[in-house]
Each structure stands twice: as C-alpha cells, then as structure tokens.
Design a protein around this ligand. Structure first.
Ligand SMILES: NC(=O)c1ccc[n+]([C@@H]2O[C@H](COP(=O)([O-])OP(=O)(O)OC[C@H]3O[C@@H](n4cnc5c(N)ncnc54)[C@H](OP(=O)(O)O)[C@@H]3O)[C@@H](O)[C@H]2O)c1
Length: 270
C-alpha cells in the first residue's frame, strides 16, 4: 500500500465525490484519489461496476468508499447525492460524467440534447452549489470539472456537446478567480481524445487511421491532479497543448471550426 499524500489529503480530504466514476476517466480519478489517501464516494448508473471499483480501491489503498447508483440525468440525482454525503466532509468534487450526443445536430431528438444539458451543465451546477458552499465555509477544498478541447471553439457534429464543455471551462475558471482567496481550487480539465470505453465505443475507425492524438485515462488524470491549485484550466498532453495553441491563437476562428469538423469526420462521425 502506497503512502498517502498528506498535503493533498489535508487540502482536499477527507472525502472526494467522483460523479461518473464507474469506468474510464472517472474510475482513474477514483483510483488516483484513493492512492493519495482520500475516501471516495463513487457515483454512476452501473451499480455492479461501482461495487467492484469500491472493493478494489478500498483493498488496495485502505480508504473508505461509498457507492451511489444514480442517473445524473434525473432531476432527483442532486438530492440523492446530498443524502449520500450527509455527515461527510467532502473536500473535493470531481465532476466527470457527460453525455455526448454525436452526429448531425438535427439527427438527435431534442430530448437527447436536453439530457446532455442536464448531465453536463445542470448537475455540475447543483453539485458545486451543494458541496462547494461547505468548502467555502471551511476555507479549503477543490472543484474539478471535466471540460474538453471540443469546447474551445465550435465543433461540427458535436455542436451542443462542445457548447456544454465550454460552459464547464468558463464556469470552473470563474470559480477559480472567485474562490481561491477562500482556499478553494477550482479547475477545468480540457482533455483531448482519451481512450475511455465510451470514446472507443463511439470511434468506429482504428487509431492508426485517425489524425487525432489519443491519451490514456491514467495519464490525463495524473496531469490534471498535478495542476489542481495551479491553474484555472489545463490541457493534458503536450501534443494537445500545441494543437490548442494553433487552433486558438494562430488560426482564424472559422478555420479552427472547419478543422474540428474534419477531425470529427476522421474518427468516423458523420
Ligand atoms: N474520452 C474522451 O475522448 C474525452 C475527451 C475530452 C473530454 N472528455 C470528458 O471526460 C469526461 C469522461 O469521459 P468519457 O465520457 O469518455 O468516459 P468515462 O470516463 O468512462 O465517463 C463516463 C462516466 O460517466 C458516467 N455517466 C455517464 N452518463 C451518466 C449518467 N447519466 N448518470 C450517471 N453517470 C453517468 C458513466 O457511468 P455509467 O454509464 O455507469 O453511468 C462513466 O462512469 C466527460 O466529461 C467527457 O466530456 C472525454
């Protein structure tokens, strides 16, 4: 069992809530937070995956775990998380869950876009309000929202998803500016393509034929946790940072949008 990271635990412990924790980036967050000595409340829909992960990280790292099987698209989810965290001192919120409606905007019914808005924006807003207010009173804590490079400019065929990710970035950055004098580190992680089960399930062509650089979830999470407290937002991966510089600073906005459209085609999104 690795030694817990006492600085990290005293800043962001004793409990972390990871929303969207059953696999991929969320599971990697849960594992790495437990390795740093935090107790973790795991939230996602698939109860069996949460149970297995909770047993694994409790056994490996000797931390406490709780699981909450909940659909974050459900308007009752905030209340369920409030009940599940009653009596716990939550020092860190990681909001990782997202719905991504992929494809031409009008191919998806409005209900799917509304579910995307609910999971990607409304729920993190509620959870920041619920869990961030006690952090502000205590004068310490962390709030990490998962954003995306797709939120840096308009992104054809994921237009609404990209807009929800821009919302998360701007929200986290604003909180960073407002809350750091109260001891709270807010940050958006603007990930590029990452080999999560969901990403791989939605990507029909293999990586070799794609122009898009891909990262492993563990590396994205390691970089994000290292930056928490240092930056209002961050981009994991050197290649992603270079691409972002090009897209955001050098190219005209319309060219950047067209390139995003070509990138989504190159990974098979029509
Ligand atoms: N993968 C990428 O390439 C990439 C790139 C940029 C940004 N991101 C961002 O990184 C985050 C996670 O990435 P990911 O989506 O690829 O895969 P992921 O890390 O596997 O995250 C999906 C997690 O969210 C949970 N989730 C999804 N919908 C939910 C719902 N309605 N209620 C409760 N939990 C829900 C899933 O669990 P259940 O299915 O068990 O509910 C799963 O644990 C997202 O915010 C995404 O926007 C990903």
């Amino acid at each position: 069992m690795a030694e817990p990271d006492r600085d990290f635990r005293s800043r962001y412990g004793p409990w972390a809530v990871v929303a969207g924790a059953s696999e991929g980036l969320g599971a990697a967050f849960a594992r790495q937070l437990a390795a740093r000595g935090l107790h973790v409340l795991l939230v996602a829909r698939r109860a069996e995956l949460l149970r297995e992960l909770a047993a694994e990280i409790a056994g490996t790292h000797g931390v406490e775990t709780r699981e909450l099987a909940a659909d974050l698209a459900d308007g009752e989810a905030g209340a369920a998380i409030e009940a599940a965290t009653a009596g716990l001192e939550v020092g860190l919120l990681v909001y990782n869950a997202a719905v991504s409606v992929v494809g031409p905007f009008f191919s998806a019914p409005l209900e799917r876009h509304l579910a995307e808005l609910e999971v990607n924006c409304r729920r993190p807003l509620e959870l920041v309000h619920l869990l961030g207010a006690p952090m502000r009173e205590r004068g310490r804590g962390g709030i990490l929202l998962m954003a995306s490079l797709a939120g840096s400019q308009g992104s054809p065929r994921i237009a609404h998803y990209g807009a929800t990710k821009a919302w998360n970035r701007v929200f986290a950055e604003g909180l960073w500016g407002e809350l750091r004098e109260h001891g709270i580190d807010a940050m958006a992680c603007c990930a590029g393509a990452t080999r999560t089960p969901r990403y791989e399930a939605e990507r029909p062509v293999d990586a070799a034929s794609s122009a898009v650089p891909e990262m492993e979830p563990e590396d994205v999470v390691r970089e994000a946790l290292a930056e928490l407290g240092r930056a209002p937002s961050m981009i994991p991966g050197r290649v992603n940072r270079l691409a972002a510089q090009l897209m955001q600073r050098l190219l005209p906005r319309r060219t950047a949008i067209e390139l995003m459209g070509r990138a989504s085609r190159s990974v098979g999104v029509e």
